[in-house]
Design a protein around this ligand. Structure first.
Ligand SMILES: [Zn+2]
Length: 382
């Protein structure tokens, strides 16, 4: 495929506004790219999450083992349009960088794995069974990956590469922190502040929870050699309406970043116990909700899969690929729930301009990433 065609695929993906919605249009576009190869054993499965939001699974080749490539179709909002130098949904190349929403996170990675597979088909050189998993809703809860995993689409994988940005292909991420967002609501009873004994102060009770949960989370003190410690931030506190009323409702939100030593259930159990203990006190009425919790991703920097990818990298780039962990969540947290155990790694084009204005990706890095993914696939089936 010509350089211009590759950049056109990326530009076309950027042009589809998939801010937390509309992934079906990306699924349509990817389907159209693979349609000419239907007689070459390409199978296309569309898995709808909700109207307008479709995951897409494209499988090519044939072999006992299956290699997975995955990328999400959604992007985050543009933020203030005035802070962009060009239209976020009209890709523009300046100084050999391609600009647009998703240029880094992660239409470039998605385009690269699509192109990798298209070129294999074009050249009749598909080395084995390869599966593309394009997901919805990664940015707002990884529910596309969760749906595909639940339906068994990841069960046949022997290795999975997530093409999320890793400092323009400089790193390979093999382990990651999990995420738990919680919302605790305290319900009390309103009263005039001159007669507080007639009310129940929701804020007082919530402060007790805030205090205790901080101490509780500090007891999860194991240190992961790569990811460090579990972290806990109480980030939102709301309650009360006017100074002369006893508040009848208060809310706290918190964010926990877990490490593989603690699975999410251990953390839920500890916090739920705390809530139950506080609710035994007179007048306490606390309720907790966990929003899209994601498990930490364990990994082994010396696994066969990581070693193989380091070799492929050496072949393509003539230098060593460094391996690392990351604090952010990805679709990996969902795919690890598949029936079989397999390595999940993240390596892709794009950089830390993701989620910002003037998001961009180095054009040469993008184009060369295709060579890497192709080499990785050939080495995988060798
Ligand atoms: Zn992403």
């Amino acid at each position: 495929m010509k350089r211009e065609e590759k950049l056109e695929i990326l530009s076309n993906l950027i042009a589809i506004d998939t801010v937390n919605d509309n992934e079906a249009k990306v699924a349509d576009y990817i389907s159209s790219l693979f349609a000419p190869y239907k007689n070459k054993g390409v199978s296309i499965d569309r898995v709808s999450y909700s109207p307008g939001r479709d995951n897409l699974v494209v499988t090519i080749g044939d072999s006992k083992k299956t290699l997975g490539f995955t990328g999400h179709e959604d992007v985050v909002s543009t933020g203030d349009l005035d802070s962009w130098d060009s239209d976020p949904f009209k890709a523009e190349i300046r100084n050999n960088k391609i600009y647009g929403r998703g240029a880094s996170d992660m239409k470039s990675g998605l385009a690269a794995i699509i192109i990798t597979m298209l070129e294999m088909l074009e050249n009749d050189a598909v080395p084995g069974r390869i599966k593309l998993l394009a997901t919805v809703g990664e940015e707002t809860g990884e529910y596309g990956a969760a749906q595909l995993t639940k339906k068994g689409y990841a069960d046949d994988l022997s290795g999975l590469i997530i093409a999320e940005p890793t400092e323009e292909m400089q790193n390979l991420i093999y382990t990651g922190k999990g995420v738990i967002d919680y919302v605790v609501t305290s319900v009390g009873k309103g009263a005039h502040s001159s007669t507080p004994e007639k009310g129940i102060n929701a804020i007082d009770h919530l402060i007790d929870f805030a205090d205790e949960v901080r101490k509780l989370m500090a007891t999860f003190d194991k240190v992961d050699p790569v990811l460090g410690k579990l972290t806990h931030v109480q980030s939102v506190f709301q309650g009360g309406e006017q100074t002369n009323s006893v508040p009848d409702k208060a809310i706290i939100k918190g964010n926990i970043r877990s490490i593989p030593a603690y699975n999410n259930q251990m953390i839920f159990d500890a916090i739920n116990d705390l809530i139950a203990r506080l609710n035994k006190k007179p007048g306490y009425d606390l309720k907790i909700e966990y929003v899209y919790p994601e498990e930490a991703v364990p990994g082994n920097p010396n696994s066969d899969f990581v070693k193989l990818l380091k070799n492929s990298y050496q072949t393509v780039y003539s230098k060593e690929l460094s391996v690392a962990g990351q604090a952010g969540a990805s679709d990996a947290s969902e795919f690890l729930h598949a029936k079989n155990d397999f390595d999940i790694v993240i390596v892709g084009p794009g950089n830390d301009t993701m989620h910002q204005s003037n998001e961009n990706c180095d054009v040469d890095v993008f184009l060369k990433s295709v060579d890497f993914y192709k080499q990785a696939a050939f080495d995988f089936f060798k």
